[in-house]
Design a binder for this molecule. Sequence first.
Ligand code: GDG
Length: 503
Amino acid sequence: METTRLAVVSNRLAIVVKKGDDGEWVIKSGSGGLVTALGPVLRDRGGLWIGWLGANVREAMSDGALAELLARGSLETGYTLEPVDLTEEEIQKYYFGFSNEILWALFHDLPSRCNFDPAYWKVYESVNTKFAKAIADNTEEEEDYVWVHDYQLILVADQLKKMGATRHTGFFLHIPFPPLDGFVRLPWRFQILDALLQYDLVGFQTVRDRRNFMDCVRMLVPGTKIVGHGQVIRCLTPTREVLVGTFPISIDFKQFADAAAKKEVEDLAWIIHANLPERQLILGVDRLDYTKGIPHRLHAFANALQRYPEMRRKVTLIQVVVPSRQNVPEYEALKHEIERLVGEINGRFTEVGWTPIHYIYRSLSRVELLAYYRTCEIALVTPLKDGMNLVAKEFCACSIEDNGILILSEFAGAAAQLHHGALLVNPYDIEGVADAIHEAFSMDGETRRTRMKKMRRSIKKNDIFHWVNAYFRAGIAKDLSQFPVAEFFVPKPLSTLSFDEPF
Ligand code: GDG
């Protein structure tokens, strides 16, 4: 196979369409790790990104204006942007419904939160068909490698086949894959498993996720043989051969470390600490989501203050909650629970000159986020379950003086890589997490540095480029540098979301 072009497919396009101050719509390239790593591969090589533009954009502008905006965006990013339109009903049933109320909850081991509404499945199928159609119309069998991302788009390879389009396909699951006894509750378990087996390569974050997947395949697809061991194994089903690998995603370590050293970040980091003097700062940064374990964490912090009174006045927890899935009643309820707990704990422990929890409910600018990463002594990353958790890795990358301590849930994918340096905790164990907070609080400088150095070394070595290369090597036997540059293409300089723009 001579792949010369990459087509990335994800639920959301890798750009943000926003109204500028002057009321004009503008398009910006996203600034996440995936865009950073894949941007250059797509950019000078005529690549393609297929995804949904997000709610309200289509309605807010005419077809002509949108086409013009996307064409301009393509010139700036250097790759083609192919939007997939979703109706309001599709957004409700495919995105909020099947993807979030079923797959997100089930794959994070929270089946009691699942709403197995049969109406969701049909729409999930038809939206996946829409994405497959966009791929079939915009890619070629021989030269394109189609890389599909995440749980919203599991059926895409299957749908491509059903429409007779042969493509080289890979899939990467960013969230965990559940154990067999959780997965079998899914009313569409056979369809989902069979659809995953239609990709040429299926990638998971951790060995544990892949093991769960293989257990399900062994049990639900009789006659399957597993061949090989190591990072990528072969799964021989009665009808096809699929590569199955583990590829722990990472961050652009250098970009984070360099940015954390910049003066504007350093200045803000100093201001944050100067306003909260003579204490250690503990940082929590999470999207509002029940998988992130925020209430458990708040209980653990209160427990630490109760059982270790010497920590009072000497620590402040800065809990950032980034609004997400607004208007979903469950998320609203979670927000209220968090706010009630923050109020209760502050009401119970506050003393003159010291408020134990600083609660921020909004997204931070990049500079703010990096300043918090850099200035906080301790990061408290305690999801109940998480595919990887990039916040843990970003905190380490920004701990440029090697003095941060990471308290990390053993149920985050990142724990597999960072267990030598982090204090691993079971997020359900309130006293255990409280003890870890106390241990971090009391840890001497030398131990902190030794632990952080280990983690930084590991993340630096296994950064986002390492991740993409490992995936490409398994999927198409080449790496990033081997994608030929399209000579006819002269991209304009890329304008990404600036570091100061809100997330
Ligand atoms: C899924 C999986 C997996 C957060 N708050 C702000 C902000 N962020 C950025 C962080 C980080 C990203 O958001 C969050 O990444 P996570 O990995 O923690 O979580 P998910 O969004 O749930 O992502 C996860 C990931 O996919 C990748 O495979 O690790 O397990 O669930 O990059 O920096 N950025 C800014 N302001 C904020 O307030 N600017």
